[in-house]
Design a binder for this molecule. Structure first.
Ligand SMILES: [Zn+2]
Length: 342
């Protein structure tokens, strides 16, 4: 039987400097053609090596094959114009030039299925594959066609479901949808966001997860966090709805944040991926600090449902910092496992 407190990561890890510019989001590739294809795969092997040597139980591909967690997926779809970008305000926080939806969106071919198959073949550990969530996809585009965030979200949800079923068939154990937008648009989460997420996960037999965070450690997010006050209660609105949903796991931010830990009690019946590693700081947590977050969480979540995790993706961090954080995550977890007699 597997030990309790199975460790995992939110998804991304930094890329090697020969593949993309370090410490940057949306960094362009440094290779092209076959060299890029091979380079991405070598980077996945390194991401697996780093996770396995740190002792992470449920591993990902470190998102080494994508430039961005949302737009790389959208690049594979019909109905989107990449030539004439429009600037929009993303998550009510920062402006970015984004592609425009100009027609019905459609998935003519698999997007990450080959990458997921490769990942499955490279490790004996359980693997998680991440996809963007429908609401976050809508929030990363300009829509000149559907003129309805809800309609576009459900169009994306159907596409995501086709992709997720194919990724499941490749042997992936967990499929996670990333929905940072769930921490911003609470009325929409209630009105159609959860339903769109469930549509994306419909019929999947593998474990399903949703990741909801306060964003990468980029300046716009750090400034936003400063405005949120001493108690971040955003999860209080979404967790009861997620507890009633079909999604199995919820990945959330805890480390070094102002999220009151007792809010995770609202996720009763779900697996809780508790963020015990801050991705917005290059300071490496001590194992004791990780253990402290886990002990606090164990007051509200049974050990078999608690998964030590990172707050968010680690792609913007230096690689040595990310590796050290992985080791602290597993060392802190090991200490708490001993206390639990596991
Ligand atoms: Zn995140």
């Amino acid at each position: 039987m597997a030990a309790v407190l199975q460790t995992t990561i939110a998804g991304s890890l930094p890329k090697p400097s020969w593949l993309a510019e370090p410490v940057a989001l949306w960094a362009p590739w440094k290779l092209d053609g076959d060299a890029l294809t091979q380079g991405k795969r070598d980077a996945v092997r390194l991401a697996l090596f780093d996770q396995e040597h740190a002792g992470i139980d449920i591993v990902t591909d470190g998102e080494q094959t994508r430039r961005h967690f949302v737009t790389t997926f959208i690049e594979g779809l019909d109905g989107v114009d990449w030539e004439h970008k429009r600037t929009v305000r993303i998550r009510n926080r920062y402006d970015a030039a984004v592609p425009v939806v100009v027609g019905a969106v459609a998935r003519r071919h698999p997007i990450y299925v080959d990458d997921a198959t490769f990942l499955r073949g490279e490790t004996a550990r359980r693997v998680k594959y991440t996809l963007p969530g429908p609401m976050t996809m809508v929030d990363t585009l300009y829509d000149a066609y559907y003129k309805s965030r809800e309609k576009l979200a459900f169009a994306f949800a159907e596409i995501l479901n086709d992709e997720a079923r194919a990724i499941e068939a490749a042997g992936v154990d967990i499929i996670q949808f990333d929905e940072p937008a769930f921490n911003v648009y609470f009325d929409e989460v209630r009105d159609w966001g959860i339903a769109a997420l469930e549509r994306a996960a419909q019929g999947l037999r593998c474990t399903t997860a949703v990741h909801i965070c306060y964003g990468y450690g980029i300046q716009a997010n750090i400034e936003w966090k400063k405005t949120l006050g001493s108690e971040w209660r955003h999860y209080e609105q979404t967790f009861p709805q997620l507890a009633r949903s079909t999604i199995d796991q919820v990945s959330l931010e805890c480390a070094n944040s102002h999220v009151p830990i007792e809010l995770i009690a609202l996720l009763q019946g779900k697996d809780v991926l508790v963020g015990a590693i801050d991705v917005a700081s290059e300071r490496v947590e001590t194992p004791e600090e990780v253990a402290g977050v886990l002990r606090a969480a164990l007051a509200y979540v049974p050990p078999e449902r608690l998964y030590p995790c990172t707050n968010c993706g680690m792609v913007p961090l230096p690689r040595d910092v990310a590796r050290a954080k992985l080791r602290s995550l597993t060392a802190g977890t090991a200490a708490v496992r001993v206390e639990l007699g596991s």
